[in-house]
Design a binder for this molecule. Structure first.
Ligand SMILES: NC(=O)OP(=O)(O)O
Length: 317
């Protein structure tokens, strides 16, 4: 319905396609296509609040820190997270503003450096789950574990290049800049916030916050953002039009409209991969349970159709 606030969590393919190396030009091109879709959503009367992933970019920056450490001091993963938030936030802000202007729409676009509190005791520090950076084959994975001490996991079983470095991904507890996000949205700005899941920080005894070397899942942080802005819809955009059960098997089945209870049952049966569709369905279930409203998972090009109920996977309480 026009006027509704939609938190849109953009997946990696909105910024970098799997087959690309991730040049500035490639990323700007993808962000431009994404911005065009977001402008259409604004034109239809909805109020998007945007968040985005940073897995490929944070992993690439980590590699750059390691490769250049003989000449410049390597920066921490928390700093890499902040850098990716600035980078992608700028690209989004730049292209969304352009497409709004082209459509004679006047909203101010603002990307906000956003910190998200996590617990230093989160179990993910013991068993990291967040894939970052490029994909490797099994041989490369073994070599990188041995030579560089990376933690590597298979994230696409059965696929030649199905291995990725993983880093800790603690649960987001709260968004520190929630007040200013609410003010900006209330004043009509199109806000990009909590990018890359937010810069992970932990509270110190003196009340200050310090950076934590981790990458928060942007879908889980997207749910926190949806709570902050009292969203009417949480929409998670990825590379598939609908969520599937029995994915890549002969009995694969697309999901249309499902309840939270059904989604939880599919999760318990192990249909959704950790670090992939798992956190998306989990965030959608959390939102639908918390709000009593609808969460949608679909692809970028189907976003508007999905909002209008024509496609996508819709999860409701
Ligand atoms: N931070 C995050 O969830 O990034 P991706 O969506 O790129 O994995």
């Amino acid at each position: 319905m026009a006027g509704e606030v939609i938190v849109i969590a953009l997946g990696g393919n909105a910024i970098k396609q799997a087959h690309e190396t991730g040049t500035t030009e490639e990323q700007f091109h993808n962000v431009d296509k994404t911005a065009e879709q977001i402008a259409k959503i604004v034109e239809s009367g909805y109020k998007p609040v945007i968040t985005h992933g940073n897995g490929p970019q944070a992993g690439a920056l980590l590699i750059q820190q390691e490769e250049a450490k003989a000449s410049v001091p390597p920066q921490s993963l928390a700093v890499c997270g902040a850098m990716t938030q600035g980078q992608i936030g700028w690209m989004m802000q730049n292209r969304i503003a352009f497409h709004l202007q082209k459509a004679d729409l006047t909203a101010s676009v603002c990307s906000l450096v956003t910190q998200v509190e996590v617990s230093a005791d989160d179990p993910d520090f013991q068993n990291p789950s967040k894939p970052v950076g490029p994909f490797y084959n099994a041989d490369e994975a073994v070599r990188l574990e041995r030579e560089k001490g990376y933690r590597i996991k298979e994230v696409k079983p059965g696929v030649h290049k199905g291995w990725r470095r993983v880093v800790p991904s603690p649960e987001p507890i709260s968004i520190l800049e929630r007040g200013i996000i609410q003010d900006l949205v209330r004043n009509g700005a199109l806000v990009i916030a909590s990018g890359g899941g937010g810069i992970p920080v932990k509270k110190e005894n003196d009340g200050s916050y310090s950076g934590v070397d981790a990458v928060i899942d942007k879908d889980r942080a997207g749910f926190c953002l949806a709570q902050v802005v009292s969203a009417d819809i949480l929409m998670i955009l990825t590379d598939v039009e609908k969520v599937c059960i029995n994915f890549n098997k002969p009995n694969q089945q697309e999901l249309g409209k499902i309840t939270v209870t059904e989604a939880k049952a599919y999760m318990a049966e192990g249909h959704f991969l950790a670090g992939s569709m798992g956190p998306k369905v989990e965030a959608a279930v959390r939102f639908a349970s918390w709000s009593g409203k609808e969460a949608i998972i679909t692809s970028l090009d189907k976003a508007l159709d999905a909002i209008e109920g024509k496609t996508g996977t819709h999860i409701r309480a």
